[in-house]
Design a protein around this ligand. Structure first.
Ligand code: SF4
Ligand code: SF4
Length: 115
C-alpha cells in the first residue's frame, strides 16, 4: 500500500526570526561641510602630503641655492634655514613636480613613492 504523505501546512513552518538591528550611532562629523576651512591659519595642522604619488628627490650637491624651487612651490613645502633651502617637507609636498621643472640645475628629480 502506498503511504500518503501529510501535506505541509503553513502552521508547521517556523517563522523566520526577525533580526533586530541596532540603530547606528550618528557619526561625528570630522570635516566641515564642503571641507571648508573655517579657521584661518590652520593649514599647518592638516598634513596633505599623504596622497602624493611622486616625491621630489633633492640632490644637495647639484643645488646652487638659487631658490627658484622655493619661490614656485605652491605648498610652501621647501623650508629655508639661514637663507638656504633645506630638505623638502614631505608632510605637505603634494608631488606636483613644479620644483623639478623650475630647477634649471637638475637638482630635483621626481621619483615614484614606494608606498
Ligand atoms: S631650484 Fe634647484 S638649484 Fe635652485 S635652490 Fe632649488 S634645488 Fe637648488
Ligand atoms: S613637488 Fe610640488 S609641492 Fe612638492 S616641493 Fe615640489 S613644488 Fe612643492
Amino acid at each position: 500500500m502506498r503511504k500518503i504523505k501529510k501535506k505541509t501546512t503553513t502552521k508547521s513552518i517556523k517563522p523566520v526570526k526577525k533580526i533586530k538591528s541596532k540603530p547606528k550611532k550618528k557619526q561625528e562629523l570630522k570635516i566641515s561641510v564642503g571641507a571648508a576651512v573655517l579657521t584661518p591659519g590652520s593649514s599647518i595642522k592638516h598634513k596633505t602630503g599623504d596622497w602624493r604619488s611622486m616625491y621630489p628627490d633633492w640632490d644637495k650637491k647639484k643645488c646652487t641655492q638659487c631658490m627658484a624651487c622655493w619661490m614656485y612651490c605652491p605648498d610652501d613645502s621647501i623650508p629655508v634655514k639661514n637663507k638656504k633651502r633645506i630638505e623638502t617637507d614631505l608632510d605637505f609636498c603634494k608631488g606636483c613636480g613644479i620644483c623639478a621643472k623650475e630647477c634649471i640645475f637638475g637638482a630635483i628629480e621626481m621619483k615614484k613613492e614606494k608606498k
